[in-house]
Design a protein around this ligand. Structure first.
Ligand code: BGC
Length: 732
């Protein structure tokens, strides 16, 4: 049995142990811990140091974000690392541009999350990368965060479980997955060293929980710490954060610094528990400002003088070796030159987009359901704005999707860069997947015209003359800069990408056509001052390289929308706990505490524009007969769900728990969900097994999770505010 790479090391070790023998040696031979210890004993000090820092920005032979050269004499492969949040973010590699991770979260489909991670893993492997920096699971406290599109929403259980599946998928391809950014990394403004202040219960129950879930469920190779501080300490130098990770959750992988400025002090970082500095440098004492490094000569010197122990360095290296063994990279080193399966990538990109598009609204006082568009009897559609004639938008920065050759949309202020390093472009990338062309393909007998939206009067006149008007709106989000507001950007707030006032355009069109449909491609939530004026609204997020086709398929009912919001859409910026992001503050206090995301709107009785978990369908569903029973470590919640309409569709049964008053918890929390596809008239009994841990609160005084005793009411419905949800309760 030589081909160990086909199995993950732990699984194989347990198989051998179960069998009680192994043809290659004693049962523990393939145990990654044992193998790592044995190899560590053979290493020189300089070889060890070589493995705990990157070789500098630009060092990657494969044009990746980071690179750790291997050690030939010991068979340790080089680790080439790529950003891969939304696909491998390197131009002209042929990598698939997937829908944004927020779109993935909107699928509420763990199988799709697994496939997303697995396909990106397969592409990383084909190109020769050992590691992908793809798993952004920081909670979205503020939807204006420029990387909200790269994260997976505001609920810790949704984000944790979807992030875990994505990670399992990637690592199944023998590629190390990085989960990031640990922790409380929620805005781009002043992100380097921004001091985030939060109480421990909030930190545990919200911001650390996705990491706790994903570490325990998926055993990620890497956890990347963030640029900000938490309660006065840089996260990459925080003994508290690393101790929770390594001592409490038993994380055995590598802690990795974020790229620019996460580390400021060798002794503090090493002794707190940082295992790898990125991007590192060849020489710690010859630094470009802003890219200072600490884990090469400086770490060597600190170990010689005893301020950092040899045992700490050995632990860093052992974690690296163990991870390389466990993921299969020691036995099958990465090889470049493989072939990317474009068809498989595109098919999955389309599936994610189609499962994640959310139908927010579908009728108004002036119009019955406009969608799906029925071609019979339909003569004309006018499509307006958003560059829908040529493509769909992508997010920017390191988590953006790989650029194709030739952006189909010219930037209005070419060369525009943001002031905050590392200088990401403010110009949006578009993918050549034209919604207009896809709509024409779906409706060959209908006259579909296009106007770019810059002339509002012409757009309104064209809308008046058409049977249906479909307005495309876009909002660009990128690393390094936050959005000034949730309002759809205009030519003043986003001069690089918007030529006109999108809100004014939508209102003008809606005034002339009762069947106005708005399709939004956005960073996260947006506000909609025109909501009562339009018939239908579709949230398409950043829909990826097949986005145009996916949108057109939803508009014409070839796909029945089934996405659900992974974030609350507020009515106004002022309704959020943090009404504005200060451009000058060097600290941010998470004053709302546990009341973050939907918990805030519930606790404050503020009606959102669209609640967390919301999403309509072209069919209707009914929930009934919820029951729950407590077993030893779990609660089994069952509910009947029926498709009461006339077309096939998928619904997400969402279980929210209200804790006993003594818990002093927000009004409700998501504890479980299940997405199911149902034929017209079909019913299913769903049984969800919920770990008791989902009902726990953090007991700060005792430093432990505790399940409050008393009655928990459970509500099972199609959103966090579904009036037809069915209820039950348990006693714990
Ligand atoms: C980002 C990370 C990214 C890294 C490498 C950093 O600026 O915060 O998300 O993985 O750069 O490109």
């Amino acid at each position: 049995m030589r081909n160990f790479n086909r199995f993950n090391g732990t699984a194989l070790a347990s198989m051998l142990l179960l069998a009680g023998c192994g043809s290659d040696g004693p049962p523990q031979f393939n145990d990654p811990d044992v193998r790592a210890e044995a190899l560590l004993a053979k290493m020189t000090q300089s070889e060890k140091i070589q493995l705990v820092h990157g070789a500098g920005l630009g060092a990657s032979p494969l044009r990746g974000a980071g690179y750790i050269p291997g050690i030939d004499r010991l068979g340790i492969p080089s680790i080439d690392i790529a950003d891969s949040s939304t696909g491998i973010n390197i131009e002209d590699t042929g990598a698939t541009a997937f829908p944004s991770p927020l779109a993935l979260a909107a699928t509420w489909d763990p199988t799709v999350a697994h496939d997303y991670g697995s396909r990106i893993g397969a592409e990383l492997k084909a190109l020769g990368f050992a590691e992908g920096l793809g798993g952004a699971i920081a909670l979205s406290r503020d939807p204006r965060n420029g990387v909200a599109n790269e994260n997976m929403g505001e609920d810790p259980v949704l984000v944790g479980l979807m992030g875990a599946q994505r990670t399992i998928g990637t690592q199944s391809q023998n590629v190390i997955a990085t989960l990031k950014q640990y922790a409380l990394y929620d805005q781009q403004t002043n992100r380097f060293g921004l001091n985030v202040i939060a109480d421990e219960r909030t930190i545990r129950e919200l911001y650390l929980l996705p990491f706790e879930i994903a570490v325990k469920e998926a055993d990620p190779g890497n956890i990347m710490c963030s640029y900000n501080m938490v309660n006065g300490l840089q996260t990459c130098q925080s003994p508290y954060l690393f101790s929770v990770l390594k001592n409490e959750w038993k994380f055995k992988g590598i802690t990795q610094s974020d790229w620019v400025g996460g580390v400021t002090n060798t002794i503090e970082a090493a002794n707190a528990g940082l295992d790898e500095e990125m991007p590192g440098a060849q020489n710690d004492y010859d630094n470009t400002p802003g890219f200072t490094s600490f884990f090469n000569q400086k770490l060597t010197a600190e170990i010689s003088s005893g301020t950092v122990t040899q045992a700490r360095l050995d632990d860093m290296v052992k974690r690296k070796l163990r991870t390389l063994y466990r993921i299969g990279l020691m036995d099958a080193p990465p090889k470049s030159g493989g072939v990317i399966d474009t068809n498989a990538g595109n098919a999955l990109a389309q599936k994610v987009a189609e499962r994640g598009i959310v139908l927010l609204k579908n009728s108004s006082s002036k119009s019955a359901a406009t969608l799906p568009l029925k071609t019979a009897g339909l003569r004309s559609i006018v499509v307006i704005g958003g560059h829908a004639d040529v493509g769909v938008m992508s997010g920017g920065g390191s988590g953006g999707a790989p650029a194709q050759a030739g952006n189909p949309v010219a930037c209005l202020t070419p060369g525009a860069v943001q002031s905050n390093p590392p200088f990401f472009s403010l110009c949006a990338t578009f993918y050549k997947s034209s919604p207009l062309e896809a709509m024409r393909k779906n409706a060959p007998g209908v006259t579909i015209t296009y106007l770019d939206g810059s002339d509002i009067l012409s757009a309104a006149n064209a809308a008046a003359a058409a049977d249906v008007a479909v307005v495309f709106a876009t909002q660009f989000g990128t690393e390094g800069v936050d959005l000034p507001s949730l309002s759809l950007p205009n030519n003043v707030t986003d001069p690089a990408n918007q030529a006109y006032d999108q809100n004014a355009l939508i209102s003008a069109v809606a005034a002339k056509n009762a069947k106005t449909v708005v399709v939004i491609q956005s960073n996260s939530a947006v506000t909609m001052p025109w909501i009562d004026e339009v018939s239908s609204v579709v949230a398409a997020w950043y829909p990826g390289v097949q986005g145009g086709t996916a949108i057109a398929n939803v508009l014409f009912g070839l796909v029945n929308p089934s996405g659900k919001l992974p974030v609350t859409f507020p009515k106004r910026d002022q309704d959020m706990p943090q009404p504005a992001i200060s451009s000058s503050a060097t600290s941010v206090n998470f004053v709302e505490g546990l009341n973050m995301g939907y918990r805030w709107y519930d606790a404050k009785n503020i009606a959102p524009l669209f609640p967390f978990g919301h999403g309509l369908s072209y069919t209707t569903f009914s929930f009934f007969s919820a029951t729950a029973k407590v077993e030893s470590d779990v609660v089994k919640v069952s509910v009947s769900l029926k498709n009461t309409g006339t077309v096939q569709g998928a619904q997400v049964a969402q279980v929210y728990a209200t804790l006993p008053a003594s818990a002093a918890a927000p009004p409700q929390r998501l504890v479980a969900w299940q997405k199911v596809d149902l034929a017209p008239g079909e019913s299913k009994v769903l049984v969800m097994t919920v770990p008791k841990a989902r009902f726990a609160i953090w007991d700060t005084a005792n430093g432990a999770w505790r399940i409050p005793s008393g009655n928990f009411s459970l509500s099972v419905g199609g959103s966090s505010r579904d009036p037809s949800a069915t209820k039950t309760s348990i006693h714990l």
